[in-house]
Every structure is written in structure tokens, then in C-alpha cells.
Design a protein around this ligand. Structure first.
Ligand SMILES: Nc1nc2c(ncn2[C@@H]2O[C@H](COP(=O)(O)OP(=O)(O)OP(=O)(O)O)[C@@H](O)[C@H]2O)c(=O)[nH]1
Length: 497
């Protein structure tokens, strides 16, 4: 038994014992408030372990990098030669070298320089970056970039003019291969204006799929009162290889007449006759149209492109009445014939990205020409060599006796096609439908002209088969074309005047 201690009888001892007992048996223990916030891990350790198990994060840009050279290469500095290992003898303790991130790629700017490209070349579309900083005020904006082919640098040009004998050879001009187009496929497409043959072309100049919308329903006619030359592609009707089967040819569209389960007649190269129209038959109506996603696909009312495409197919599809001739006593009506060459030159050649930016500049008050210039582009960067080559392939506008009637208001198009050797016998204007309506209203007000407005057509934005495009934005766009781009269109008086 333990010796009795006087402390146990004292009042002081009793209260200390009670305090201890209370502390040990109390139902809850309330710790003192911590002086510092607990630093719990933000990430789940399991998650971290899982991430680590997948090794370093590798993207396509890291393929030429080596993350752990010391590990992957056994001869690398600091690696232990495991062939020397013996049981029970631990590898010599070395100071493990710090693992290095080694890039075997030169910096991007250096690689671009080696390829003769500017260091700030945009990754997207392989085009030079247009806007790398916020827009500055108009007078400081860059001038339009020169167009290809590469211009002789001014230093060389000056020396050439001065006739200097020490003139260094001018850099060679880019040699373009001779342009070739090939119709890869053709098919029938029914449209609100009648059937068309859609032709898809490849070429050796750009990697775009340009199209030809051929209107020539006479190709379906079993018998026609007069001979109507067919509009057919030479490259499509050609035999591509000796192994090509009839089904191969039919599948790519090299057939004649209307394709069906009961009619499958492959075409022959001789089916492509030169298009020669007789005196009384008008030359085929042709339009060269440039792609406009906004106007044609989403019905934008900033431009009349959708309406123009629709109007062109409609006009070309109109039946043609031929007057009586010595061979026929009666007039005869034949189906409309012609083609729309649809070029993938979005935004007058500047591309959709720049066109969208240009629209924002237009909302700030600039017109369509200035907006292009502000972005460092030309007012119009299109070319028509491919269009001319496609026309030639279709046998349109190539003969001495035969030409085309060109649907356009754009003088540059007429000039460019003529330069390419296309014979244009007539320019047919494309009057915007909203202006036609205004003109009709104006004339009717004058009292003597009947209003010829097709009221069955759907009003509003125009995709194929739609009506007319109206609006302030459109009027401004059309006026700019007339006033700044020289389009051959009579400006219409405002309705209020
Ligand atoms: N940069 C730019 N391009 C536009 C704008 N509005 C329409 N476009 C483009 O202008 C082109 C219209 O071309 P076309 O239909 O061939 O007509 P055009 O050259 O004006 O001449 P026409 O034959 O008289 O119709 C298309 O590529 C459109 O994408 C715009 O505001 N800015």
C-alpha cells in the first residue's frame, strides 16, 4: 500500500486532483484555437500519383525534345551501368545529376528564318499575320502588301534603272507551272430554277476546289427541233487510264443524258464538241462568281452575293425563244444554257477571317474598300486565270465564231477574262433586285411603266430561290462598288427623292 502523503489531505491537493480527473474524463476536448491556418494539400494525392504515372505531358510540339536524356541513354553522364551490378553489392553512391530538359529544335524564330519566312508568320493558313497589335489610327496603318509574283526589291530596281554595271542579279521571279485544271466529278443537282450539272475542279495552282455550275438541260432531251451544242468538260470526258471501267467513268460523272437505273451511258471524249452557236442562237450566258459564305450561306444582308448567285442561275436557266429562220418557219423555244464558275476566292480574295474583321471596320464607319486597305490587303485580290481555264475546259468563249455573254457589273472581270483569251460578245448587267424594285416603283410613279416585280419570291435575305436583299448596309455596299470600284451600274435615286 502506498505511503500516505499529507498533500492528499490538503485542500490544494484535492482541487488539483479534481481538475486532473475532470480533464481526463471530460466528454469533449476543446483544443486551443490554432495560431496558423492549416495548410491542407489542395490536390488529392491519389490524383497526383495518377498524373505522375502518365509521365511528362507531351504535345505535338515536344516530339523533338528529350525529357530525360540521362535515363533514356545508358551512356549518358551519371547513368549507372547495370551490367556491373552484383547481388549484395549496392551501386556506388553518386551524386545523381539533375535531369535536364533538352530541346533538339532550334527556336521557332530561327527555324522560320532558315526557311526565309518572317519571324511573325501566322500559323493559321500559312499567311502573314495581318493584325498583331490593336488597330492604330488610319494614317498610321500599313500599306497593302505587294501581290505575287515577287516584286524586284527597290534597291535592285534603282540600280537597274541607273544602268549600274555592278548590278547584282535580281532575284529570280517565281516560275509558275503552266496552269492545268481537271474536272474531277460532275453530278446533276435539281434547283428551284431547274436542274444543273455541278462540276468540281482541281488545278495545279492552288489547293482549292473550284466549281462550275453548268445549266444545260438540253442534254436530257432525247430529240430536239434544232441541234444544241452541249456544254461538257473535256477533262471529264477524257479517258483517264486504260484500267478505267465504265462504272468508274459513270461514277465520276462521265456519262451522257440523264443517269438512272435504266440509263447508264458512259461518255466518250468525242462527245465534247466545240460549242458553236448558230446566228440565231444567243451565246451562252456565263457568270464568274466569287465565294461569299456570309451572303450565300447565312443570308447576310450586308452584300448581294447570295442574290447574285441565285439571279445568275435563274437568268441562265430562262428558256430561249429563237426567231423563225430559213430552216424553220416557226419560232422555237430551247432550254437556257450557260454556266456559273464559282471561284473559292472568299472576301474578294482576302479570306473569311479578314472579311469578318473588315465587317467590324465597316461598322466603325469605313467602307468595304477602306476596310480591306486598313487590314493590309488590296481592295480586290482576286485572279481569273483559273476561271478562264475552266471556261476553256467547258468549251465556252474559246472559239473564233463563238463567245460568251458575261453577267457582271465589274469592269476588272471583263478585262481579266479578255486578257486570258476568253471572247466576250456582250456584258449583261446584274442589277440588284432591290434597285430593280425601286426603279419600278419610281417608273410607275412617273406613270407609264408597268411594275414587273415577282411577288411570289420570298422576301428578305437571299439564298437560292429567295427574294431580294434590302437594307442600309447593302445600299452602302452597292454604292461603294459603283463609286470606288468603278462598277458599271446606274446609281438609283433614293425612294424619298
Ligand atoms: N472584302 C470584302 N469582300 C466582300 C464584302 N462583301 C462581299 N465580299 C466578297 O465580294 C465577292 C463578290 O464577288 P462577285 O460576286 O464576284 O461580284 P463582284 O466582283 O462584286 O462583281 P459582279 O460580277 O458585278 O457581281 C465575294 O468574294 C464576297 O465574299 C466585303 O464587305 N468585304
Amino acid at each position: 500500500m502506498p505511503a500516505h502523503h499529507p498533500y492528499m489531505d490538503s485542500e490544494e491537493g484535492l482541487s488539483a486532483d479534481l481538475a486532473l480527473l475532470d480533464m481526463l474524463t471530460a466528454p469533449t476536448f476543446t483544443p486551443a484555437k490554432p495560431a496558423f491556418k492549416r495548410r491542407d494539400a489542395d490536390l488529392d494525392p491519389l490524383l497526383l500519383a495518377a498524373a505522375a504515372a502518365y509521365g511528362p505531358h507531351v504535345t505535338r510540339n515536344h516530339y523533338a525534345h528529350d525529357f530525360f536524356p540521362a535515363v533514356s541513354d545508358p551512356r549518358a553522364e551519371g547513368a549507372y551501368d547495370w551490367t556491373q551490378w552484383q547481388p549484395g553489392v549496392s551501386p556506388p553512391q553518386q551524386r545523381r545529376p539533375r535531369l535536364k530538359y533538352v530541346s533538339r529544335q532550334a527556336p521557332r524564330s530561327q527555324r522560320l528564318k532558315e526557311h526565309g519566312k518572317p519571324a511573325d508568320e501566322d500559323k493559321e493558313n500559312g499567311q502573314a499575320r495581318e493584325v498583331s497589335e490593336p488597330l492604330r489610327c488610319t494614317e498610321n496603318l500599313p500599306l497593302p502588301r505587294p501581290k505575287s509574283p515577287v516584286a524586284v526589291p527597290s534597291q535592285h530596281a534603282t540600280q537597274l534603272q541607273a544602268g549600274s554595271s555592278s548590278t547584282p542579279a535580281a532575284p529570280p521571279l517565281e516560275q509558275k507551272p503552266e496552269l492545268e485544271v481537271k474536272c474531277m466529278a460532275r453530278t446533276r443537282v435539281p434547283t428551284p430554277h431547274g436542274p444543273i450539272f455541278l462540276h468540281l475542279y482541281h488545278n495545279n495552282r492552288d489547293n482549292k476546289e473550284h466549281l462550275a455550275i453548268v445549266v444545260d438541260p438540253a442534254q436530257y432531251l432525247a430529240d430536239s427541233p434544232i441541234a444544241i451544242p452541249s456544254i461538257r468538260s473535256r477533262t471529264l470526258d477524257a479517258v483517264w487510264s486504260e484500267n478505267e471501267t465504265e462504272m468508274d467513268r459513270i461514277t465520276r460523272g462521265a456519262y451522257v443524258g440523264r443517269l438512272s437505273q435504266n440509263s447508264q451511258i458512259p461518255s466518250r471524249p468525242s462527245d465534247t464538241q466545240p460549242t458553236v452557236t448558230t446566228d440565231s442562237m444567243p451565246s451562252p450566258l456565263v457568270r464568274i462568281h466569287s465565294e461569299c459564305f456570309t451572303g450565300e450561306t447565312i443570308g447576310s444582308m450586308r452584300c448581294d452575293c447570295g442574290e447574285q448567285l441565285d439571279e445568275a442561275i435563274r437568268l441562265i436557266s430562262q428558256p430561249i425563244t429563237l426567231p423563225p429562220s430559213c430552216a424553220r418557219a416557226e419560232p422555237v423555244t430551247i432550254p437556257g444554257r450557260g454556266a456559273v464558275i464559282y471561284l473559292r476566292q472568299e472576301g474578294r480574295g482576302i479570306g473569311l477571317l479578314s472579311k469578318i474583321r473588315a465587317y467590324n471596320l465597316q461598322d466603325l464607319g469605313h467602307d468595304t474598300v477602306t476596310a480591306n486597305l486598313m487590314l493590309g490587303h488590296g481592295a480586290d485580290e482576286r485572279g481569273y486565270e483559273i476561271a478562264a481555264a475552266i471556261l476553256r475546259d467547258l468549251g465556252l468563249g474559246t472559239g473564233v465564231a463563238e463567245g460568251v455573254r458575261l453577267l457582271t457589273n465589274n469592269p476588272d472581270k471583263v478585262q481579266a477574262l479578255e486578257k486570258e483569251g476568253i471572247r466576250i460578245v456582250e456584258r449583261v448587267p446584274m442589277v440588284p433586285r432591290s434597285w430593280q424594285h425601286k426603279q419600278h416603283k419610281h417608273d410607275a410613279h412617273e406613270g407609264d411603266v408597268a411594275i414587273v416585280v415577282d411577288d411570289d419570291r420570298t422576301p428578305g435575305a437571299t439564298m437560292i430561290g429567295g427574294g431580294a436583299v434590302y437594307g442600309e448596309d447593302l445600299d452602302k455596299y452597292l454604292r461603294t462598288k459603283v463609286l470606288r470600284m468603278g462598277h458599271m451600274l446606274s446609281l438609283i435615286a433614293d425612294e424619298s427623292t
